[in-house]
Design a protein around this ligand. Structure first.
Ligand code: NAG
Length: 212
């Protein structure tokens, strides 16, 4: 009996000793601090990288804002003026149409006496509309310099109003001119109050003048 008790005590005490080790593991405070230091270093490096990227992106945003602000803005719409409802044409030759009633002229690139002249190299959009003088033919073209670009034509279709419109995207160099022409022996209606016949253009986007 005494032996059995002794063995039991031995087993129990050895278990308790093991339990104590498991319950309170030895913490090496120095290696913990070392690890914490290392992760602080990593975090600091990450933060620096993030800050640098942020600074780069901020300067990029500033640059883009500047570009948007400084990018040229060109847009116009013009119609034709008349003291009473009348027509332009017919002429015995194809004739430049003067849209003298300026409704919008951003950056003043449109000259109502002459033509539109591209102030910057870029891609432009032009649109025109023509109201037909009843019982007459109407032919309209938009010219890029001396080149006919797009046209529209209608035959005399009787006593009624006809309206036509067309447009084109053009790539223009600085100083290139774009104007409208009325075809030979054709008519265009000019209302006194109604801006039926119009010529519109605007810069879609500028092109780098150094690029080919
Ligand atoms: C025509 O343009 C003038 C601006 O010159 C404007 O006052 C008028 O309302 C326009 N007429 C029509 C019918 O759109």
């Amino acid at each position: 009996m005494a032996l059995f008790q002794l063995i039991l005590i031995l087993i129990l005490s050895s278990c308790m000793a093991q339990d104590e080790d498991i319950m309170t593991p030895v913490v090496n405070i120095y290696s913990e601090i070392k690890e914490i230091k290392a992760s602080i270093n990593r975090l600091t490096m990450d933060l620096n990288t993030a800050n640098n990227e942020l600074a780069e992106q901020n300067s990029l945003i500033e640059e883009l804002q500047k570009q948007i602000k400084e990018s040229p803005k060109v847009a116009f719409t013009a119609s034709m003026s008349a003291t009473e409802s009348t027509n332009r044409g017919p002429f015995s030759t194809e004739t430049k149409l003067i849209f003298d009633k300026v409704l919008t002229n951003i950056a003043n690139a449109y000259d109502p006496v002459t033509v539109f002249t591209a102030p910057v190299k870029g891609v432009y959009y032009f649109r025109y509309s023509g109201s037909a003088f009843s019982s007459h033919d109407m032919g309209l073209s938009v010219f890029k310099g001396t080149t006919q670009f797009v046209s529209s034509y209608k035959y005399n279709s009787g006593e009624r109003n006809d309206q036509m419109a067309s447009g084109a995207v053009m790539e223009l160099e600085v100083g290139e001119e774009v104007h409208m022409r009325l075809w030979i022996r054709s008519w265009i209606f000019v209302g006194q109050h109604y801006n039926y016949s119009t010529y519109t253009g605007y810069l879609l986007y500028p092109l780098d003048s150094t690029s080919v």
